[in-house]
Write a protein that binds this ligand. Structure first.
Ligand SMILES: NC(=O)c1ccc[n+]([C@@H]2O[C@H](COP(=O)([O-])OP(=O)(O)OC[C@H]3O[C@@H](n4cnc5c(N)ncnc54)[C@H](O)[C@@H]3O)[C@@H](O)[C@H]2O)c1
Ligand SMILES: [Zn+2]
Length: 389
């Protein structure tokens, strides 16, 4: 087992630890006791069949050994199941398991499971404790940290939700060995996003790791102790960075638009959301769309003379290391612009975009302040260039 890095979220009312290491799942029981500050009681483990088949037994037997009474609820796999309907089924399962205010739920899986379980835990009896055991790279570095929970609905993604911080997060990097390669790429895209907005040292570490350990053999690298240790440390630094941003702006205040606003975490997401929408959420993994979003935001920043070519080139280099992104062929600029308008409606008329003044220097710009012509020309060129292919 490699070392466990413990990170404390800096909010007295809800500080929790995020433990990162290899093989940590085997001690999920004692970890849960520490996180919940108690032994025993009921726990409902929520997962999906894919993840549960791989890691459910190990997780549950450790919880049982630690004296918890464990019940399982499996939701279907996939983003479409991150819905109110599934949340209602989860609530029913909590009730049938006899969960009380002092009990807890565990989310074992990727961001879909984590978001749904956090939301159900926020609603059940007006809030029960929940623990996150993220098993995708994206969930480890992004969705399991920060307390945003929620579900999708007919009127948009993630528009129904609650802020509900977990009582603890347990990251076992060895679970990444079974992750499909596209999911690995998607996770690295969000990692690059963190690097770009955090600053050169973090981005450089991601780039160096990818250079030393080519992504095509990611699962094999996980058999190497040094790699497990290096990736654990890198994940910990990503978590630390996200936790720091969240601690400064936990509820993403609408007025806060400085470089420490939680909104900076949306870097690369304006184009990503539009690409996902115009392809009916079927063509791209969210993280893959973020990969394109990062490059587009950098190109736009350069054309508005906010940052220089060196930064853009560097980002192209890093993004290329994480494998091929799904093709942009056939994606129409007009439709993408229409999708931006939809996003705009969702945030009361003023779409804000995160641009770059340089590495570690994100800037939040209202779309009103971006010349329409520059925006359109950049987008058309970008789609034509098909940079990820
Ligand atoms: N709450 C937040 O702050 C936040 C931030 C970013 C993303 N999100 C949300 O996260 C979701 C995306 O999460 P995701 O990328 O983890 O996708 P996901 O949860 O759908 O997982 C991707 C796939 O990998 C499988 N899987 C998970 N772990 C595995 C493992 N170890 N081995 C083999 N297969 C495994 C899953 O069953 C699934 O099929 C989106 O709904 C997004 O909105 C939330
Ligand atoms: Zn994202």
């Amino acid at each position: 087992m490699s070392k466990i890095v413990k990170i404390k979220i800096n909010r007295p009312a809800s500080s929790y630890r995020i433990s990162v290491g290899s093989g940590t799942l085997a001690s999920a029981g004692t970890w849960a006791q520490n996180a919940l500050k108690k032994g025993g009681g009921k726990i409902v483990v929520v997962s999906n069949p894919t993840v549960f088949k791989l890691y459910g037994e190990q997780c549950e037997s450790s919880l049982l050994q630690a004296g918890f009474t464990v019940t399982t609820f499996l939701m279907k796999d996939g983003e479409v199941h991150k819905s109110l309907r599934t949340a209602e089924s989860a609530l029913k399962a909590f009730s049938e398991a006899g969960l009380t205010r002092t009990d807890a739920v565990v989310a074992l899986g990727g961001g879909v499971v984590g978001d749904l379980v956090g939301f159900a835990a926020a609603m059940y009896l007006r809030g029960v404790a929940f623990l996150q055991i993220p098993t995708t790279l994206l969930a480890m570095i992004d969705s399991s940290v920060g307390g945003k929970t929620g579900v999708n609905s007919a009127f948009g993604k993630n528009l129904i939700g609650a802020f509900h911080q977990p009582s603890g997060v347990l990251i076992d990097v060895s679970t990444l060995a079974t992750l499909p390669s596209r999911e690995v790429t998607a996770g690295f895209c969000e990692m690059i996003k963190h690097g770009v907005i955090a600053g050169k040292p973090l981005l450089k570490r991601t780039d160096e790791l990818l250079e030393k350990y080519p992504i095509a053999e990611f699962a094999e690298h996980l058999e190497n102790r040094n790699f497990r240790s290096e990736i654990s440390n890198l994940i910990a630094s990503n978590v630390e960075f996200k936790a720091e941003v969240v601690a400064g702006d936990e509820f993403e205040s609408a007025e806060k638009i400085d470089a420490r606003s939680r909104k900076i975490l949306n870097f690369g997401h304006t184009l990503a959301h539009a690409l996902e929408k115009v392809t009916n959420y079927r063509h791209f993994k969210h993280g893959e769309a973020v990969g394109y979003g990062i490059l587009f935001a950098a190109e736009l920043s350069k054309s508005l003379a906010l940052c220089d070519t060196k930064v853009v080139n560097l980002l192209y280099d890093v993004v290329h290391r994480i494998g091929t992104l799904p093709s942009l062929a056939g994606i129409d600029a007009t439709e993408v612009i229409e999708a931006f308008r939809f996003d705009k409606k969702n945030i009361s008329g003023s779409l804000q975009m995160v641009l770059l003044k340089g590495l570690g220097r994100p800037v939040i710009v209202s779309q009103r302040d971006i010349p329409t012509k520059a925006f359109h020309t950049n987008l058309e060129n970008f789609l034509q260039k098909r940079p990820g292919a």
